[in-house]
Ligand binder design. Sequence first.
Ligand code: FES
Length: 324
Amino acid sequence: MPLKVRIGNNEVRVLRSSDLYFVQKLLKAMRNPKTKFNSREFTTKGEEYLFNYVSKNVGGVDEGRRNFLKGIVIGVAAATVVGIIPGLRVLVPPVEQASGFPKSLLLDSSGNPLKASLIPVNSPIITLYEYPLTGEPNFLLNLGDKDGNPISISPIDVVVPQTGKTYKFPGGVGPHNSIVSYSAICQHLGCTPPYIHFYPPGNVSPSQLTAPEPDTLTAQALLAAKQANVPALIHCDCHGSTYDPYKGAAVLTGPTQRPLPTILLEYDSSTDYLYATGALGVATYPEGSDGIPSQDPTKDLDTSQYGSSVGDKTQVQANTNPFS
Ligand code: FES
């Protein structure tokens, strides 16, 4: 089935479904922490790096594939290097709620059910858990104001700048409705923690402008925080993308064109337990075995690269304080 895609701002091309399948596999490999695309090497080695990367992580590069990749790179050659890879992100997956996700109880690092009321507010420690597949990290945040009081996070429509479409972020959960969870994979080029992480209120300040990697805030990020009137941020040090943790991880500054996907949480007030139940946002798992975008990760698990379903439990780890 032919599909319309966008390269750069205007050009519209038609991809065969086999090409679509191939591009989706490539994008997944680039996002995967185990096979992460090295944009610095790409800058120095150019398309040869891309061909080798594809050959190693996605599959053989025959003449047709080579021409296809060249076509994409040439199609965006006028763009900056960081613009080249988003040029590969020509597919605009639909905004939909994914289905088929497991309901997973969040466990603490000792293996006991995590108590929502014990999650520290505004913690600078990078707190992650895998969901819905092993190898897929997500932030767990208990958001507060600048004085450290939990804030009730309201539902809101989140805009996807890439498409102009919106989706409904359901708000926070927990005893104060202040707990949220987002994918920890930057929607620009797929950087993962510690390069992308939460900046609590004390660290959204001019002193972060000169802080070493991975804690450098850009001037644009600081300005965006001021304009949005938010005391904390999620920021990616790789190229400066900034997300608003209070508003569904909406985009505050690019280069990302997509919010961080939300992980849906359910709170059981009788036990104080939290469950991950699904994901919301631009489709994270758009690849079906027939090359047609799928919303169901359990349909097309490539266990060799992407791990398997986490099942009915997943462990939360809070180990790294990037600011210390
Ligand atoms: S990967 Fe580029 S800003 Fe995060």
